[in-house]
Design a protein around this ligand. Structure first.
Ligand code: 3PG
Length: 209
């Protein structure tokens, strides 16, 4: 589990958080991000066509690591696992989800915001977590503090992160990458401005390489 997540997260410092409202946008958006140097794609289950979007991206973009985000039930976990997703992101960590996740071939990055949630996840053998919602849960200072008693865990913070503050997180030894929707703004997706998305991705890659 930890090795699989480390291998995925080693590919980029930024994981775009993606909401696909129109299935036709899935592949061009994914391609634009990959072209800009961001090959880890977190497609959230926040839209009706999310599962189809994940399937389409996996088929058309074999060079990308396509994961599912906003997975909040075991049923959803099973659905995305059946699609062969490379990873699963959950906003929080319930015992039911963790019970299932540790039996699954699709590695989980569970969301935690407190040290007790982190310790619960560790009891399941997990060592990689999403820190969410990052900015409103203490930001980089909180992750730095987690590293005191629990230095062996690494995080992907998301929630309120953008070009201006991502560096505060990425300079911490216990942060492997950050997630965010700033590279996938709705206005550019609605306008099908794929070159604009590639530009945002490239900007993030150049800043945080
Ligand atoms: C997530 O699901 O990780 C967050 O919604 C992303 O947060 P952001 O939109 O503030 O980047």
């Amino acid at each position: 589990m930890t090795e699989a997540l480390d291998e995925i997260c080693a590919q980029a410092k930024v994981i775009p958080v993606i909401v696909i409202e129109r299935l036709e946008d899935a592949v061009p958006l994914g391609r634009a991000l990959v072209e800009g140097g961001l090959p880890i794609l977190e497609v959230t289950l926040r839209s009706d066509c999310a599962l189809e979007a994940i399937a389409a991206m996996r088929e058309a973009l074999p060079e990308a690591s396509v994961g599912a985000g906003t997975v909040i039930t075991v049923e959803q976990y099973k659905q995305v696992e059946a699609l062969g997703v490379d990873f699963v992101v959950t906003p929080g960590a319930t015992p039911a989800l963790l019970d299932y996740a540790v039996t699954s071939g699709s590695p989980v990055l569970p969301g935690i915001a407190t040290i007790s949630e982190l310790m619960l996840g560790m009891e399941y053998g997990l060592r990689r977590f999403k820190f969410f919602p990052a900015e409103s849960s203490g930001g980089a200072a909180a992750i730095k503090s987690f590293g005191g008693p629990i230095p062996q865990v690494r995080f992907c913070p998301t929630g309120g992160i953008g070009l201006a503050n991502a560096g505060d997180y990425l300079k911490l030894p216990n942060v492997m990458c950050v997630g965010g929707s700033w590279v996938t703004p709705k206005a550019l997706i609605d306008a099908k401005d794929w070159a604009g998305i590639t530009k945002l991705a490239r900007e993030a890659v150049e800043r945080f390489a």
